[in-house]
Design a protein. Structure first.
Length: 205
């Protein structure tokens, strides 16, 4: 499954047909902030306060997504979004292969970027879940509460991943699909793994 035709049309509509493809979808060092935050914390606003083509921006991120926030998009938002399009331009025909020989091994990966938001200092958590070679579930979201340590942030990421796995396993059982248990969950936090492996009450502070 792929969307090559739609991808090529989108690249043409936003005027990136002659643009150089990007090697990565986003700059890992970029911090997207609100205009209110910039007025207090930055000196130069000439570029960030410039108007963004709302129609093009809505087309790129989806009309429903653009209406989910009340902030005016800045030039940095548009630049970041266009970089994603240039990244997709590398392989516009890349898609998902649904193989008949796929196995039923479920593997999950989770991570957390502690205090990633420069405005609220909230953590951005994420996970992805694969069944065999197929990516079936994923999420990247800013957490609703503030974590007081990186271990706490990583543990919250583990907990949310487990909740998603419980739901997914339930769905697979409903459709009578056998999977190999237990499920592997990969985390890069030694502290979070140790907390999860020790079945005792842990204080939050």
């Amino acid at each position: 499954m792929h969307k090559r035709k739609y991808t090529l049309e989108l690249i043409s509509e936003v005027g990136l047909s002659a643009a150089k493809p990007a090697a990565t979808p986003i700059d890992t060092n970029i911090k997207l902030t609100s205009t209110q935050y910039d007025k207090v914390n930055t000196k130069s606003q000439a570029e960030e306060d410039s108007l963004v083509d709302q129609a093009t921006y809505q087309k790129l991120i989806g009309n429903s997504n653009s209406k989910s926030v009340s902030q005016q998009p800045k030039q940095s938002n548009m630049t970041t979004t266009l970089r994603i399009v240039r990244y997709i331009k590398n392989q516009p025909g890349q898609g998902i292969l649904l193989s008949s020989k796929n196995n039923n091994v479920v593997i999950a990966y989770c991570d957390a970027d502690w205090a990633a938001c420069p405005i609220t200092r909230r953590t951005v958590i994420g996970f992805l879940i694969e069944i065999g070679d197929l990516l079936v579930s994923w999420k990247s979201k800013k957490h609703t509460t503030i974590s007081r340590s990186s271990a706490e942030a990583e543990y919250r990421s583990l907990a949310i991943t487990v909740a998603e796995l419980i739901w997914l396993i339930g769905v697979l059982k409903e459709v009578e699909t056998d999977i190999n248990l237990p499920v592997e969950i990969h985390s890069n936090s030694k502290a979070a793994i140790q907390i999860a492996a020790n079945p005792v009450y842990h204080e939050t502070n």
